[in-house]
Ligand binder design. Structure first.
Ligand code: SF4
Ligand code: SF4
Ligand code: FES
Length: 543
């Protein structure tokens, strides 16, 4: 691979790659506002200027400047190297680039900062971007001057609603145009543009339109300053109180990589931010995914119940045991969940195959929904591929209903509260009647749903935000989420609850640590084929 040097460090690059992109891939940030690795580059902010040594044998480009000389009390002429925007210049073999090590670059960065802050209001204390603002960060790194402008700054519109989810503050905008380019190039909905000139310019929404659709939150995320904020996060939290966990969005089978920001003081999740992964989601997430962090608290099941009444865990396990005593094994089924992690599903499959001896394995999850060609997948479950990897031939929820209606299944242990029937009145009605016929339904779930409501015994599982887990996305990529908050109420990781149920039923289901679960499933030689009870002809692989 060809290389160039940046401040003496050797940086490899792909042919055609710009200096800033190659440095970025090596974890070196050249200061920038308008450049974004996923967008085109207009080179309008000039923050990324670098000094490039001329090729051997050639003269460098020089610039005539006038420089203030305090000793003589006048300006005097000087020449300095012409700096170049690293977001525009393709890297070349052997190129020598200077950033932090060049006084000319340092002076330029300081100048750009001063220019951008001429009219910028000093409302950092009430700005939602405070703590993660490029203007603040770069001012500390490259600015730190006394403001020279004494005039009243230009005042522009504040708190303008661009649409239902985004608010614009024109005074804070550095006109980097990232929001415009995101809507043009990624969301393919060019509703944003720039109007006026110089220090009067501002971003606006096309007349008669609003900033709506499936990717409005990303405009806020690409904004390097606090000019765009989301209605959802505005004034909810200060970022320096938040911690972050590397997570994976649970909204669909794309499995976008994300940062899950939470406040450990309140055990509360506040937002999702995209985490770069060029193989999965590049730099983006959809709106539905960005707000899905709320499921860390909404619709959560946090207490054990027996027939709807809250009980202690011990009592719930004893009830589960009583339901399964003297039951013929062939009428017992388990239901895996595409909403739960591989670890959770592995534990239930293990209980089914190695202990209960049932091969009647079904799977469930949320029904299919909207999809597009950008990110959003029609499968609204994060782990359908994972479930299919664990138990090939796993049968869908509709087959479970068939088998219950035909009396072939009378006892069920299920993971996950949600089913496709939650979204369909007709299927919901059928499912309700079928589940009422069961003699026992033990459900281990993190969220409300039809199965959870119908459960005779319900055990509250930790949600994806409360336990580390592995999810396999639609492309078959295995991705691990980190635990963010502590399990709420009496909830515990579902793989542990499965072990507890197994022990209550008299089996040696001895996994008590996450690493034991992972070690056992990765070393498991074969996956039992869930050939189930009299497979129905229409059985498909999609839960
Ligand atoms: S609103 Fe933000 S992203 Fe858009 S041009 Fe202004 S600073 Fe850039
Ligand atoms: S595309 Fe799917 S995985 Fe990605 S953010 Fe949206 S809902 Fe989440
Ligand atoms: S990043 Fe704005 S000019 Fe290069």
């Amino acid at each position: 691979m060809p290389t160039f040097t940046y401040d003496g460090k050797t940086i490899p690059f792909e042919p055609g790659e710009t200096i800033i992109k190659a440095a970025y891939r090596q974890g070196i940030e050249i200061p920038h506002y308008c450049w974004h690795p996923g967008l085109s580059s207009p080179a309008n902010c000039r923050m990324c200027l670098v000094e490039i040594a001329p090729p051997p044998g050639q003269r460098g480009m020089m610039l005539d400047v006038l420089e203030w000389d305090a000793a003589i009390g006048d300006y005097k002429p000087r020449q300095k190297p012409k700096l170049q925007p690293s977001c525009q210049i393709p890297a070349a073999e052997g190129m020598q680039v200077k950033g932090d090590t060049s006084d000319n670059v340092k002076e330029a960065r300081k100048g750009v900062q001063e220019f951008l802050l001429l009219n910028h209001p000093v409302d950092c204390p009430i700005c939602d971007q405070s703590g993660e603002c490029k203007l603040q960060d770069y001012w500390v790194e490259h600015g730190q001057y006394q403001k020279r402008m004494r005039d009243e700054p230009i005042h522009k519109p504040k708190a303008v609603r661009f649409g239902p989810s985004i608010v614009y503050d024109a005074e804070r905008c550095v006109m980097c145009t990232r929001c415009i380019r995101f809507m043009d190039e990624v969301a393919k909905d060019p509703v944003l543009d720039m109007r006026e000139r110089g220090n009067l310019n501002e971003i606006f929404v096309a007349p008669g339109k609003e900033l709506t659709g499936h990717y409005t939150f990303m405009t806020e995320h690409v904004c390097p300053v606090g000019a765009l904020t989301t209605v959802d996060f505005r004034f909810k939290a200060r970022v320096w109180f938040l911690r972050t966990a590397k997570s994976v969005c649970q909204g669909c089978a794309t499995g976008c990589n994300s940062h899950l920001d939470y406040d450990p003081r309140y055990n509360k999740v506040y937002r999702y931010r995209p985490r770069d992964n060029e193989q999965v989601n590049a730099y983006w997430m959809c709106d539905e995914g960005m707000v899905s962090y709320k499921r860390a608290h909404e619709g959560r099941l946090i207490e054990p119940r027996v027939k709807g009444s809250v009980v202690a865990v011990k009592k719930a396990l004893a009830e589960a045991k009583s339901y399964f005593e003297a039951v013929p094994g062939e009428t017992v089924a388990v239901v895996l969940s595409a909403q739960h992690s591989l670890e959770d599903n592995w534990a239930l499959r293990e209980l089914a195959g190695a202990y209960l001896g049932t091969r009647a394995i079904y799977a469930t999850g949320l029904a299919e929904g909207y999809h597009d060609a950008i990110l959003i997948h029609e499968d609204k479950n994060p782990n359908t591929r994972g479930v299919l990897e664990l138990a090939s031939g796993v049968r869908p929820f509709s087959s479970l209903l068939d088998d219950i209606e035909a009396g072939r299944v009378t006892h069920v242990i299920a993971l996950g509260g949600e089913t496709p029937a939650d979204a369909s009145a007709e299927l919901g009605e059928r499912a309700k009647h079928a589940l009422e016929r069961l003699q026992a339904l033990v459900v281990i779930a993190a969220h409300e749903g039809l199965l959870a409501h119908a459960a005779h015994v319900l055990l509250p599982a930790a949600s994806w935000a409360e336990a580390s887990g592995t999810y396999v996305n639609a492309k078959g990529i295995h991705q691990v989420t980190e635990k963010a908050i502590e399990p709420q109420g009496a909830s515990e990781p579902a793989w542990k609850l499965v072990a507890d149920v197994g022990q209550a039923l008299g089996y040696d289901t001895s996994w008590t640590k996450l690493k034991q679960v992972r070690a056992r499933w990765t070393s498991a030689p074969t996956v039992p084929d869930a050939t189930a009870v009299s497979p129905s002809p229409q059985a498909s692989q999609t839960p």
